[in-house]
Structure formats: C-alpha cells, structure tokens
Design a binder for this molecule. Structure first.
Ligand code: FES
Length: 279
C-alpha cells in the first residue's frame, strides 16, 4: 500500500522519526511487529527494508482514539535511509505490514524489565505504551537503555511518561554509567534475586550479541524473557530464507527460524536455547 508522510522529524544527528498516515496497518499493529518500506531511490529502487513499528499515531489527543498511522524511528546508515531522511511531509512511500510476531503480553506481568541497545529502543516504546495502558503494576517498570554515545540514547522522556524508571549507559561515558548496558542490568538482576523480586519478565531489543547475553542471564535466573532480534531481511515475509537464525525453544524444536516470520520476537528465557552464531 501507499502511505503519506505526515512528518519526518530529525531528533538528533543521525536519527529521524517518521510519521505515516496508514490507518489500516496502524490498527492491526502490535508492539514488536515491523513494516517493510520500499526506499524509492534510483540507486536501490527495488529493495524493501525492515523498520520496527515505533508507535501508533493519532491526530486526536484522546487516548482512546483509533490509530490513524504509525511512527518509525530510524538511523541514517546508508543511501536508502539517507534518502528516507530527505523526504518531506506529503511524500508517499510504499509500505507493507504489519509483519512478524510481536511481544506477547497475554499473562499478567508484575515486574517488566526492558533492555535496549541503540535503535532497539524504537519498538520498546510501543511496548511501554501498552504496558502503561494495560497494567497496574505492583513494582515500577524499569528500562535499561544503552548506546555508544549520548546521541544513541533515544526517547528517554517518553519512557518516563509511561512510568518507567531509567538506567542509562554509554560506552564513552557521555551519559549515565560508562560501559555496556549489560553491566547495570546484570547488577540489578542479581540484587532483585537476592531480595526475592523474582516475578520479572524481560523484554529486549538490540544487536544480536546483546540479545544473546540477555537470554543467557534470563536462563541463569529462570526468568521469562522475550527478545526482538535485528537481522538483515530481503523479503520480510518468510520466502527467501535470508534471515534464518539458529534459535530453539521447548515449544519449537526446529532449530532454524526465520526472523521475519517466526520472529522477530522470540522466547528466550526458561526452557530456551539460543545458539551463538558467527556474530
Ligand atoms: Fe526473506 Fe525472512 S527476509 S525469509
């Protein structure tokens, strides 16, 4: 389908937030799902690229209003995304979605811990919105947000508005803890276990090495955990097998899974076995 750009807002040096008028996709979208966008650039005219759905969008200020569009948060990483960043309000783009399996929020969650690396924060804000709308939580939800520099720390105020307590780390120390986000995350898990807060559910999104570490920690403490995996995708609908990864859990004995079709969100905690690939 074709979606009209409502706004293309530069939020920092390399990051943009694109708001698209596409009610049909927005109303079906769930946190963790993604869309494929054809970036109509003469150098790469045919390629579609995956973008996680950052948020549902509505022109009304009423919280109960039906979604009229979606937002995408993206970083300029090449010609395609540079072209996307150059598009203005009113331009039209070709989009399909929502695609893939998102985060599962069926059972009551008492203590959600979200962890994101860089642009991994994008789909977690949609999840945080849903947690905030649906749950009266006995413990304050927490978000662990990591990046290389402070430029990569995205949407802090939005997560705080959703009632999340934030832990931030940057590799260069320009914001929050200096180092990797796994360090404060592991410390928090250790403390939580010691003080008996073991009703934790982890939701994670970010680069694969971080996701493997989060999955490992969840299994170590026997916690429920879902991770959203970032992987290169060509078709986005399960046809090309270009996004296959080795990832098994007790309910799905097949080791090889398509990130675009069976994922991008996978169970990763208790009873799961994530195989480390060449990273
Ligand atoms: Fe083609 Fe996943 S991108 S099968």
């Amino acid at each position: 389908m074709t979606a009209k750009i409502i706004e293309n807002y530069r939020i920092s040096s390399y990051y943009y937030r694109l708001t698209l008028d596409c009610a049909e996709i927005a109303q079906k979208a769930a946190p963790g799902q993604f869309v494929m966008i054809r970036v109509n650039h003469e150098v790469e005219p045919l390629l579609r690229r995956p973008f996680s759905i950052h948020r549902q969008w509505t022109s009304s200020s009423h919280r109960s209003a039906q979604a009229e569009g979606i937002q995408i948060l993206f970083r300029i990483v090449g010609k395609g995304t540079a072209h996307l960043a150059s598009l203005s309000r009113g331009a039209k783009i070709d989009i399909i979605g929502p695609l893939g399996q998102g985060f599962r929020l069926k059972t009551a969650i008492s203590h959600p811990l979200l962890i994101a690396g860089g642009i991994g924060a994008a789909p977690l804000l949609f999840l945080a919105d849903r947690i905030e709308e649906a749950q009266a939580l006995p413990l304050q939800p927490r978000l662990f947000l990591g990046g290389k520099t402070k430029e990569d720390i995205l949407c802090r105020e939005d997560f705080e508005k959703d009632g999340f307590s934030l832990h931030i780390s940057t590799e260069d120390g320009s914001m929050g803890h200096k180092g990797l986000i796994m360090e404060p995350f592991s410390d928090y898990l250790k403390q939580a276990m010691l003080s008996g807060k073991n009703e934790i559910t982890i939701f994670a999104c970010g680069p694969l090495p971080l996701m493997y570490k989060v999955a490992e920690a969840a299994r170590q403490y026997n916690l429920s955990c879902q991770v959203s995996l970032e992987q290169k995708m060509a078709c986005g609908v399960g046809a090309c097998l270009g996004c296959v990864i080795e990832w098994a859990d007790a309910d799905n004995p097949s080791r090889y899974r398509r990130v675009c079709k069976e994922g991008p969100v996978f169970e990763a905690g208790r009873r799961c076995e994530a195989r480390r690939q060449e990273l």
